[in-house]
Design a protein around this ligand. Sequence first.
Ligand SMILES: Cc1cc2nc3c(=O)[nH]c(=O)nc-3n(C[C@H](O)[C@H](O)[C@H](O)COP(=O)(O)OP(=O)(O)OC[C@H]3O[C@@H](n4cnc5c(N)ncnc54)[C@H](O)[C@@H]3O)c2cc1C
Length: 220
Amino acid sequence: MPVHECDVCIIGGGICSAMLARKVSELKPGLSIAVVEAGRSIFDVANRARYRQRTLDYGEHPWPDDFVEDQQGTGTISMTMAVGGLALHWGGACNRFSEEDLRLKSSYGLAVDWPLEWPELERYYCEAERRLNVSGEPSPYPGDRRSEPYPQPPIPLSYNLQVLKEWAEQSGLKFNGLPMARNLTPHDGRGSCCVFDTCGDAEKYVRPARDIRRTTRSGN
Ligand SMILES: Cc1cc2nc3c(=O)[nH]c(=O)nc-3n(C[C@H](O)[C@H](O)[C@H](O)COP(=O)(O)OP(=O)(O)OC[C@H]3O[C@@H](n4cnc5c(N)ncnc54)[C@H](O)[C@@H]3O)c2cc1C
């Protein structure tokens, strides 16, 4: 068995470990960091469009081999165990908890209060949203107040959501779009969203940002 010496070892190669590895490397440049992932590396960009086409044509799994036989937890909705983890399939919705959620016990007698104050947590939300380049618009609810704007403007609402918003607002409900981690334009080494369901940047599917702004969905 090969031996890998490192200063920091992170078990599991999902999005949390990726963000942790990046943060540690920024805080302590020069540390060697190893990420140990039980699954395989399946992010086959070159063939992504082909897998997607086979899914459409034959109903095949668009992410072949994204799980480890006999290793899934019971009751999980996704079996994914691979480099990237569940974030290989996530929709990109980036909802926050609100200040109220942290005080369920003292406010409503439910569960337990979090051992954190809201301003302490909120600044980390801002940092995570900057790194993920989240699109969004400010919530109309005071409990959702933010100390920083979203890094990207909101993704335009699809036609059905525009209709829903119009009707919802007639009943007095306040309505705002779902915050989404999808690049409207290339950002931090990552391309813009191709509105492709599963990510892939095969050249023929890459569309200019103006098209993406017009057609991209606002939610899952
Ligand atoms: C279809 C789908 C849509 C989703 N949409 C959204 C969304 O829109 N918004 C949202 O916020 N969330 C969404 N989620 C949830 C989100 O993707 C996950 O909560 C998130 O990616 C979890 O990241 P993680 O790093 O905590 O864990 P994981 O992604 O589960 O990563 C853990 C990794 O650890 C590995 N591992 C486990 N045990 C070991 C071990 N003993 N040794 C080595 N490696 C190990 C696993 O193989 C896995 O790769 C969605 C999930 C799915 C499946």
